[in-house]
Write a protein that binds this ligand. Structure first.
Ligand SMILES: [Zn+2]
Length: 152
């Protein structure tokens, strides 16, 4: 007897949603922070947050974990093994490996997009005089300004 089953494959959707959530937070952060030219700094700043986000996008129910494993076992095993945190890829019903995969994908997404996000959302020009060295954020006026304008 053959049976046909349908499995909801939402792994990519979970990754996309996590990236979208991170993107909103990064943009918010960049708008408030001083000008940022270093993407590593951004990466550091959001490292813990990515861990939390990835964790929150891991499915909760056993059948969801099983389904994702059924469809993506190679990918998930590889993600788990590349992190080097244990020897059982199916740890916690496979949730750990799914977490590892989402976490890696979100980090990869940020690494790929950090430059563009910084360029688009973090003003580099002084919003007062227009010089290209807006190295301060004035929390009173909410403007990114240069050395001269911040002390003026
Ligand atoms: Zn200025």
């Amino acid at each position: 007897m053959k049976r046909t089953i349908e499995i909801d494959d939402d792994l990519q959707e979970r990754i996309d949603d996590a990236c979208e959530e991170l993107k909103i937070e990064v943009i918010e952060y960049l708008k408030k922070s001083g000008p940022f030219t270093d993407e590593d700094e951004l990466y550091q700043e959001f490292s813990d947050r990515i861990t939390e986000l990835a964790d929150s996008y891991v499915p909760i129910y056993y059948y969801e974990l099983r389904n994702l494993w059924y469809l993506h076992s190679d990918l998930l095993t590889e993600a788990y093994e590349s992190v080097g945190i244990g020897s059982d890829p199916f740890e916690k019903d496979g949730a750990v490996a799914i977490y590892c995969h989402i976490d890696q994908e979100v980090r990869w997404w940020l690494a790929e997009n950090a430059d563009q996000l910084i360029a688009e959302h973090c003003p580099q020009e002084c919003e007062d005089c227009g010089l290209e060295n807006a190295s301060h954020y004035n929390s009173v006026t909410h403007l990114h300004v240069c050395d001269d304008c911040i002390s003026a």
